[in-house]
Design a protein around this ligand. Structure first.
Ligand code: SF4
Length: 353
């Protein structure tokens, strides 16, 4: 039986591909879609994980507030600026400021930081700082933030309520809506293989996420953290994650999609496999060596205490060896550019069409 890959897809069709109906065709098609839009370019985003404090209690996450075994840290604005300056030295043109939901940083303080980074280094700024008020999202956008990542983690509301106690799926979706209205490049995503997740749930996540017409999509396997209530669960499968990534790429040709560090933690070489099934972004951690191991949302995350130079060089080597190009473009979302009728010049400036 052949099942074609052209959308629209029924749930049954999506599940058949997730079950490994024809991986070769699936992966080749996803790769071809990616090449059509992005060629062989791989966009680089330097991630600064500046706080591992979090007020939330997500059942799957090593940084959850009740985990007393984590040694917590916070970087000062001066430390963050030092890392940002190094990113620019490495030829990285997007900085991702990421952290748990940590009320110790005031919104105004983050806004000042965004403004300073923009003025001093002229890089694009992505924020990944969880659920905030509309006023805070606006403040940060006006300060110069370009992009915001807020993963839904699953489209099953029942699963969401169980795994993220005290948080509401609908509220998170509303946050994405606000971010859209503020004209951020908006990103979301989910985990594959969460405990209790069925293939129908996964198919539902793929189709639900696609309806949002996102600029960035981040998907990775669920990985068990031993210091969480889910310590006896099993890891999400890398194969299933690869199929999911390929399907999402085919449905979302214009989205920037990272091959995440969770792929590499699931299996050595996993990040490269992600590139081969249509991903076009890599996000090396630039968090200072003395704290980067402490940002352990899942085991293996930032486990190598390599210097930032080594991590960046390793990523560069992996990209080149696999036949792709490390792009020095600012790497904006084609979706966002189309919505705003803008183009990027060769010197990375944005102009009106
Ligand atoms: S997943 Fe994010 S919001 Fe949830 S506990 Fe971890 S850092 Fe906090």
């Amino acid at each position: 039986m052949t099942i074609d890959l052209l959308p629209p897809w029924s749930e049954a069709k999506c599940i058949a591909w997730l079950q490994g109906h024809d991986d070769k065709t699936l992966f080749q098609t996803a790769d071809a879609v990616r090449r059509q839009v992005f060629g062989e370019e791989v966009y680089i985003r330097g991630v600064i994980e500046f706080t591992n404090h979090c007020r939330n209690r997500c059942l799957y996450c090593g940084l959850r507030a009740p985990n007393r075994k984590v040694q917590r840290y916070r970087l000062s604005s001066a430390e963050i600026l030092t890392v940002a300056s190094r990113a620019v030295e490495f030829g990285i043109h997007t900085i991702v400021l990421q952290g748990g939901e940590d009320p110790a940083y005031r919104s105004e303080e983050i806004a000042d930081l965004i403004e300073t980074i923009r003025k001093k280094y002229g890089v694009a700024i992505t924020l990944s700082l969880g659920e905030q008020s509309a006023a805070t999202y606006r403040l940060w956008r006006e300060a110069g933030a370009d992009r915001y990542l807020l993963r839904m983690e699953t489209w099953s509301q029942e699963l969401y309520q169980r795994l993220r106690p005290g948080r509401q799926w609908q509220k998170r979706l509303e946050c994405l809506q606000i971010l859209h209205e503020l004209n951020y490049e908006v990103g979301s995503g989910f985990m594959v293989g969460l405990p209790g997740e069925s293939l129908a749930d996964l198919a539902n996540s793929i189709m639900g996420l696609t309806k949002l017409e996102l600029d960035m999509i981040g998907i990775g396997p669920y990985l068990v953290h031993p210091e969480t209530p889910l310590r006896y669960a099993t890891n999400g499968s890398l194969e299933l994650t690869l199929r999911t990534l390929a399907l999402v790429r085919i449905l979302n040709p214009l989205a920037n999609m990272p091959s995440t560090s969770a792929m590499e933690c699931a299996r050595r070489g996993g990040r490269l496999r992600g590139l081969q099934v249509g991903m076009n972004v890599i996000m090396p951690s630039l968090t200072p060596e003395n704290v980067k191991e402490l940002y352990r949302i899942y085991p293996g995350k930032n486990a190598q205490s390599d210097s930032v130079e080594h991590s960046v060089a390793a990523v560069q080597q992996m990209i080149t060896a696999a036949g792709y190009h490390w792009s020095d473009s600012i790497g904006m979302s084609p979706n966002w550019l189309r919505r705003n009728r803008k183009i990027i010049t060769q010197s990375n400036h944005i102009t009106q069409e």
